[in-house]
Design a protein around this ligand. Structure first.
Ligand code: DX5
Ligand code: ZN
Length: 211
């Protein structure tokens, strides 16, 4: 499978978002990963739909919107309207029925649906959802903040998932050139990285080393 690199905008300099978006595009990023946090599902508050709207105007890259929020169904529409190309919701925040309803709405709008699970959530929890979603986002840190250390137990989860799931597997949290190698070997093909990319002296080199 083709490896895609998603630059997590959470680690960018927000005073010049447009410049940062151009920089990662030039350096070869495939996707822009947008971390939406509500201060309830995770202990941090970040980006809302208004910012996504301006990002949409500032980059041709696909916007991969990661909803770390309670009651995602309530906000899916507004993030679609803001210009999301992919939307991920957490299994810890939706029922299967709720997810089916979200899937229907996103399909109509031609937006891809991902399901994510926290490091502490067993793979069995997402199994009933695998037939509904376009991709899975495996968390390799507890969501909430950029710059955390990769949790190695994600590797087994990715390997087990790859054995039963043929579509895209993304991994998010603590990705650098060393952990990228491990998750690719395990079967992940979308790598989300924030601090490793935006903290690099040479962003192009950083992205190439992940790929
Ligand atoms: C964590 C977010 C990640 C984060 C990754 O809650 O979902 O997308 O930005 O940042 P790094 O790559 O620095 O771990
Ligand atoms: Zn994320």
């Amino acid at each position: 499978m083709k490896i895609k690199i998603a630059a997590s905008i959470l680690s960018a300099d927000f005073s010049k978002l447009g410049v940062e978006l151009k920089k990662v595009k030039l350096a070869g990023a495939d996707l822009i990963h947008v971390d939406v946090m509500d201060g309830h599902f995770v202990p941090n508050i970040t980006i809302g739909p208004e910012v996504v709207k301006f990002m949409r105007q500032s980059t041709p890259l696909a916007l991969d919107v990661h909803l770390m929020i309670q009651n995602p169904a309530k906000y899916v529409e507004v993030f679609v309207n803001a210009g999301s190309d992919m939307i991920t919701v957490h299994i810890e925040t939706v029922s299967l029925k709720g997810l089916q309803a979200i899937a229907k709405r996103l399909k109509r709008r031609k937006v891809k649906l991902g399901i994510s699970l926290n490091p502490g959530t067993h793979l069995a929890k997402i199994k009933p959802a695998l037939g509904i979603v376009d991709f899975v986002l495996v968390m390799s840190v507890n969501p909430g903040f950029g710059g955390q250390v990769f949790m190695p137990k994600a590797i087994n989860k990715i390997r087990q998932l790859r054995a039963i799931f043929a579509k895209d597997i993304a991994v998010d949290g603590g990705i650098n050139s060393a952990t990228a190698k491990l998750v690719k070997q395990a079967g992940a093909n979308i790598l989300v990285a924030g601090s490793y990319i935006f903290g690099a002296k040479n962003i192009k080199q950083a992205i190439n080393s992940l790929r």
